[in-house]
Design a protein around this ligand. Sequence first.
Ligand code: PLP
Length: 456
Amino acid sequence: MSRVAAQQVESRFREKFPSSASLYERAIELFPSGVTHDSRFLKPFPVYVDQAVGSHKTDRDGNDLIDYWVGHGALLLGHSHPAVVEAVQQQVGRSTHPGACHELELEWGERVQQLVPSAERMRFTNSGTEATLMALRVTRIVTGRTKVLKFAGHFHGWHDQLIPAASPPHDDSGYATPGVTEGVFGDLVIVPPNDLEAAAAAIQEHRPACVIHEGNGARWGVVPARAEFLQGLRQLTADNDTLLILDEVITGFRVHPGGFQAHCDIVPDMTTMAKVLAGGLPGGCLAGRADLLDVLAFGNPLGKKMKHPGTFNANPLSAAAGRAALEVVATGEPSRIASERAAALRQGLNEVFAARGVGWVAYGDFSAIKIIPGYDGPARDGDDWIPHDGDYRRLDVKFDDDLGHAFRCALLLQGVDWMGWAGSTSAAHTDEDVDATVDAFARAIDLLVADGMIAE
Ligand SMILES: Cc1ncc(COP(=O)(O)O)c(C=O)c1O
């Protein structure tokens, strides 16, 4: 928040969150930029949370905050869901790491198998990043090919092979990622999102081992992908003997108990999952066709065994939390409620933006709410509308940094913890939360206008 004008927000922020200010002084002596995840970075300092229940968090100064981070997407059921808490409490005294096979991993895996159409076999990992890394290697062993086709803006975790082109700017210079070797980068084929023709041409030209697609589109649907596109992509990859990986780390169990693939009525060859999968504890998984996952089996017919160790794979606390969470997810209610609350919020926010005349817009699918400040494209037309006619070069852009920090601080001052320019609901969010959030946005915008950060 370097603009001199943003003084009101900053001074009030320092007043309201004094404990966080002093904790951050310790943090900057420990962690680069004082944070342990890039997106938690906030100027002048992030807010330190002490406790969280349902849709609310309480910070170190006792401030109540309505939460739209939902555990980076992991908490579809909200914070501290009683079934998850009980499952973890029961397990923690029994064994946190038996260093052995255990029954909970079976119950967890069987639940995944029941819910997710493509999950004939699976292996648990510790994160979504590990799951996508594993998926690529499986496809390379099976096909003997090396290239991977991904879509511009799609995020699949931070490992070398898929981090390039995971965020804007969408040009070749923006895609070269510091620390990723040219060789690794050269194995990637990057095509525009939602462009079946470009994908078809790239498959013909490069013969990739696989195509990987992020659930319902770039970074939680910033550039939304619709069922028709996924159906087309499934057909295209099948026709061209190319494996299709659907990365459902966000969408898995969130948009539908069976994930985005169930919503689209497709069966990808393999699926990566994490977040909701482990009920709010660390955990991921690669699931898919039995003949593909077979490369992980000893003595498999290919004669090439893919190594897969991992100290905490299927650890019993994650298994207990995941099994408990997926039992609730299976009813379909959590995804329905979370999506309903997000739609109400998108509507309410757009009314506030129109009333304040700030030219902002809210959009998004399922339980995601995306905001574009200073929107200048075609007018909004219903809840399934996509801004800028879906043009990813206009939709997926980096907004003003100073405004972004000021906006988050202004919202925190009004009791809302918003995740950058996006937020997500859980099944614990209530109608009252939605109304309170809409009011909080109105007051936050007034503050930003008063501080000269935005014009009415
Ligand atoms: C679609 C997608 N894939 C993979 C990942 C990486 O998962 P993790 O953070 O568990 O490594 C994420 C994380 O946000 C994600 O959104």
